[in-house]
Design a binder for this molecule. Structure first.
Ligand SMILES: Nc1ncnc2c1ncn2[C@@H]1O[C@H](COP(=O)(O)OP(=O)(O)O)[C@@H](O)[C@H]1O
Ligand SMILES: [Mg+2]
Length: 344
């Protein structure tokens, strides 16, 4: 289903929870809604589902405005964070529930439940009750239940937030495969950037009720449009006084400019390793953290602290050791308040 949202606003009392939200989703795409808690993600989903009505704006499915349609007529499946399975019903009962409400025939329900049990890998668990299942299995039941009435849009609100890290990782890959297979348009809410990057085709960063940026994970990482986005996605250091860094002098042309510097844009080396010495500055190594596949090194350069990675194959650094860092760069950000600088 093609989804179009225009000028969506929602206030709770005096508090504006959702502000002028606009986006569209191509059929079959999986969009990740990523942002800090309280940003308005759940409110957006609830309005799409018809569980909350917007103060203004249009929600359009397949070219048809659905603002006034009740939830059960919108063709939406919803999976919540807290399983919300019916405790007194078996796996089969939970999956069949929505179909019984819709008055499907017994044979049709039986066939559909069997199909979903197979699809979600729950064969053999049909007669179990929710308390006899693991967290991951319960979420798969919730997923099967949401899919049962053949929705055209699937909304997943932090579905794995209550599950341990290892299982969560497995569920992410599982979900991605499942959605690819079904080709169902989906929105996946999370506050975990790794989860969003791994699962979604495109991400929307939501903060204070607004969409700060929409794009593929790579586009957002490479070209953050606001300081919030730059700080939220990936490792970075915010440098307040950029003009004090060699190679960044031109930044002083913008009063109040901050630079957001990614670790991979900072290079550490001895003076003779850099061809253009004028673009390097002396730094002191402050901390060295072992990260398994590399070192994460914190370096102090003038008043600024930068973060960079260092290969395990290189000489091990120690605190206080003086190194030259290179910072030649160009501006990649489109805003004057956040410069993202990289080595050329
Ligand atoms: N029914 C409600 N009544 C009052 N305030 C609400 C209600 N629902 C959400 N809010 C407020 O709106 C803001 C956004 O909430 P929510 O959409 O749940 O954010 P998120 O899902 O990103 O954490 C929060 O400050 C929350 O307290
Ligand atoms: Mg929420």
């Amino acid at each position: 289903m093609h989804v179009e949202v225009r000028g969506l606003n929602k206030k709770f009392g005096e508090f504006q929870a959702v502000r002028d939200v606009e986006f569209s989703i191509v059929k079959g795409q999986l969009i990740g809604l990523l942002g800090p808690s309280g940003g308005g993600k759940t409110s957006i989903l609830r309005m799409l589902a018809g569980l909350e009505s917007p103060d203004s704006g249009d929600i359009v499915f397949h070219g048809k405005r659905v603002n006034d349609l009740p939830p059960q007529e919108r063709g939406i499946g919803f999976v919540f964070q807290n399983y919300a399975l019916f405790k007194h019903m078996t796996v089969e009962g939970n999956i069949a529930f929505g179909l019984e409400v819709k008055k499907w025939s017994k044979e049709k329900i039986k066939a559909r439940v069997a199909e979903l049990v197979e699809l979600t890998g729950l064969k053999g668990f049909e007669k179990r009750y929710p308390h006899q299942l693991s967290g991951g299995q319960r979420q798969r039941v919730a997923f099967a239940r949401a899919l049962a009435p053949e929705p055209q849009l699937l909304l997943l609100d932090e579905p794995f937030a209550a599950i341990d890290a290892k299982i969560r990782q497995e569920l992410r890959s599982w979900l991605r495969d499942m959605i690819d297979r079904l080709g169902i348009t989906s929105i996946f809410v999370t506050h975990d950037q790794d989860e969003a990057i791994e699962v979604a085709d495109e991400i929307m960063i939501i903060n204070k009720g607004r969409v700060e940026q929409k794009g593929t994970p790579w586009e957002i990482y490479k070209n953050p449009e606001t300081p919030f986005v730059a700080g939220f996605i990936g490792e970075s250091t915010i440098v307040e006084n950029v003009a004090s860094l060699r190679g960044f002098e031109s930044a002083s042309a913008w009063p109040g400019t901050k630079a957001l510097i990614r670790p991979e844009y900072v290079e550490l080396g001895q003076p003779n390793e850099f061809p253009i010495l004028s673009a390097t500055a002396a730094g002191k190594v402050r901390h060295v953290h072992f990260r398994g596949s590399e070192w994460l090194v914190e370096v102090e350069v003038g008043e600024s602290k930068l973060v960079t990675y260092r290969s395990l194959e290189k000489e091990v650094l120690h605190r206080e050791k003086k190194f030259k860092c290179s910072f030649t760069g160009r501006i990649c950000s489109t805003t004057a308040t956040a410069g993202l600088w990289r080595t050329s």
